[in-house]
Every structure is written in structure tokens, then in C-alpha cells.
Ligand binder design. Structure first.
Ligand code: AMP
Ligand code: MG
Length: 317
């Protein structure tokens, strides 16, 4: 159910959960000071309580109130990417951040969203925790229809469009260096331009995930995905349904779901979760996925999401 901003503010202040658009994906928002609402988020999503939430702030000053230290370069990073899809993990003043929001950790993840609706909302009620508005482990929501599909037509949602269609990039410090804890809408190359080195993608090389978004199967539809970097016509292991690109042909396929053009990665990221969701909505049991895509920029994130959606192992290239 679409609600206007004033209604969303009332609901959040009253301890309810509201779905909100951000420039990454839709979030399930609760006010940081309403612990019962935060509990509701975990129940609604069927999210393990060990998976901490991202705290959405209105600006860097609000973040500084909760953080107990600001590691080197954090200001440069927030100045470059906030408001926007970068999440920074920082040590916090433990009394200021409820345990439930940070899964008992001594750190918390912060982000300042750029979406005008989210920004307007945060002016009235902040900070907000807002994990992605989907059932844990399944494709994220990028449209209010997706939220209503997962949580029912009566679930309150603010109207909006998720420009990126991919989650935020999460960075954390380890031994004085920034590492990427989750690939996202900002590429490692863009971060390197600010900090002067390419941050390591911790989760792709470590065995134990440091954040549960790193669990192998995530963002996954029910449909089985066959990932391939061999052309469709030459591929032995294929099926009639193709998840592919508008600039390629897939001779012999019976049905196509197009992610977009290979010349427009932002179009592809924008459509990604909608396409994964459509597979299930249309009752498709199996799809062949064209994974002959670049490795750089946000293609790395798109590639990683497709690997996780398929439950496949990703190795660094
Ligand atoms: P989402 O549920 O899509 O909003 O994803 C939130 C992500 O932020 C999850 O992968 C969390 O594990 C991660 N996260 C939140 N807080 C922390 C933290 N303190 N340290 C590391 N990762 C965190
Ligand atoms: Mg999520």
C-alpha cells in the first residue's frame, strides 16, 4: 500500500516498519530508537539476528555522533560518495547504538542515501535502519510491487525508483587498510581514486564471511541458474530460457529475459533483480545465464550477484 511521506513519518515514529525507496534497492526501515520495530524487521525478513543492519543517516555529522573513531580517509570517502551508495563500517559509542541493530558487534555500518524521498524522510525521522526489503536470501526489491509481493499488498511503502538496482558497496578497515566487505553500486576502481590504492575484496578470498551478505547463496530466485561464458549456440549444458543481453543473439532459445545492453552496465544493474524475480513469477524452473560480461567496474558486482543467485563459487580473476 503506497503511503505519503507524512504517513511514513508517523508510522516510523510510532514504531512501525515502512518500505522506502533508496537509490540502491528498497529498504525496510525502522527508527533506530524503536527496538521493537527493529525486531519486526528481523521477523518479517526471516533474517538471522546475527546479520547486522545498515544505519541510514542524514549526513556525515550525524554519523560522527555515533562513531567513536574516524579512521584515516573516512572524510575523503564520505565527501566523495555521500550522499550515495557507499556504506562505511566504523567503531561506535556502544551506548548510542542498540545491540539489536549491530548484532552485538562493536562496530556499525553507516550510509547516507541520495534518493530524494529517503533524504526527505531522514530530515523528519533519523537515523533509520533499513536492510533490503525482501525475504532473506532472495532477490532484493527495486520496485514497490516487489515489496508488496514479498510482504503483502497492505504493507506500507513510499513510492520511488531505485536508480542503481544494486546494494551499496560496504567498506571496512582492516590493519589500517580499507577492504571491500560487499561489492556494490560503487566500483573498487572508483574507491581507489579516492584512497590511492585498490581495496582488497575481503569476502572473495576469506573462508569465513565477515558479513552475512557474503553467504554463498544470496539474492537467489527459486529457478535454477546455469551460468555460462561460452556462447549459447556452442554450449552443451543449456536450457530454452535465456537471461541475456539485447546486443547478443541466442539461436535456438525459446524465451529471453533481457537484462539490458552490454554497453550499459547501469541499465543491467537496474533490471537485474526484476529479471531474477520474473523467473519465479513466470514459473520458470531453469534459466541459462549469459555470463560473458566484463570484469571491471560495476560488472564485477553484477557478476558476483549472478554467482550468488546461482549458488555458485566465485573465484577472483
Ligand atoms: P542488507 O541486509 O542488504 O541491508 O545488507 C546489510 C549488510 O551490511 C549485511 O551484509 C551486513 O552483514 C552488513 N553489515 C552491517 N553492519 C556491519 C558491521 N558492523 N560489520 C560488517 N558488516 C556489517
Ligand atoms: Mg539484503
Amino acid at each position: 500500500m503506497r503511503v505519503p511521506l507524512e504517513k511514513a513519518v508517523d508510522l516510523l515514529r510510532g514504531g512501525e516498519v515502512v518500505a522506502i525507496p533508496t537509490e540502491t534497492v528498497y529498504g525496510l526501515a525502522a527508527w533506530l530508537f524503536k527496538e521493537s520495530a527493529i525486531e519486526k524487521i528481523f521477523t518479517l525478513k526471516n533474517r538471522p539476528s546475527t546479520n547486522p543492519l545498515i544505519i541510514h543517516v542524514r549526513d556525515a555529522d550525524e554519523c560522527a555522533f555515533y562513531a567513536s573513531a574516524q579512521p584515516a580517509d573516512v572524510y575523503k570517502l564520505t565527501e566523495a560518495f555521500w550522499p550515495g551508495p557507499l556504506t562505511v563500517v566504523l567503531p561506535i559509542h556502544e551506548k548510542k547504538v542498540p545491540l539489536i541493530a549491530r548484532a552485538g558487534l562493536k562496530t556499525a555500518a553507516f550510509r547516507c542515501p541520495a534518493h530524494p524521498v529517503a533524504a526527505e524522510l531522514l530530515k523528519c525521522v533519523s537515523p533509520l535502519v533499513a536492510p533490503s526489503a525482501n525475504l532473506s536470501g532472495t532477490p532484493s526489491s527495486t520496485k514497490p510491487e516487489h515489496v508488496e509481493h514479498d510482504f503483502g499488498p497492505q504493507f506500507p511503502a513510499l513510492e520511488g525508483e531505485c536508480r542503481h538496482g544494486l546494494e551499496s558497496t560496504i567498506i571496512a578497515q582492516k590493519n589500517g587498510l580499507w577492504e571491500i566487505a560487499r561489492l556494490g553500486a560503487i566500483s573498487p576502481e572508483e574507491i581507489a581514486r579516492i584512497i590511492g590504492y585498490l581495496p582488497k575484496c575481503a569476502h572473495l578470498v576469506e573462508k569465513t564471511p565477515i558479513c552475512p551478505g557474503q553467504l554463498l547463496v544470496h539474492y537467489a530466485p527459486k529457478a535454477r541458474l546455469i551460468l555460462s561464458n561460452t556462447p549459447y549456440e556452442a554450449c552443451e549444458k543449456k536450457c530454452p530460457v535465456v537471461l541475456g543481453f539485447t546486443d547478443r543473439v541466442y539461436p535456438g532459445a525459446k524465451k529471453w529475459l533481457f537484462l539490458g545492453s552490454l554497453t550499459a552496465p547501469h541499465e543491467v544493474s537496474f533490471n537485474l533483480y526484476d529479471c531474477l524475480r520474473r523467473l519465479d513469477i513466470e514459473g520458470i524452473k531453469e534459466a541459462w545465464v549469459d555470463l560473458d560480461i566484463p570484469h571491471n567496474g560495476i560488472w564485477a558486482t553484477i557478476r558476483e550477484r549472478l554467482f550468488r543467485a546461482a549458488g555458485a563459487t566465485l573465484t577472483l580473476q
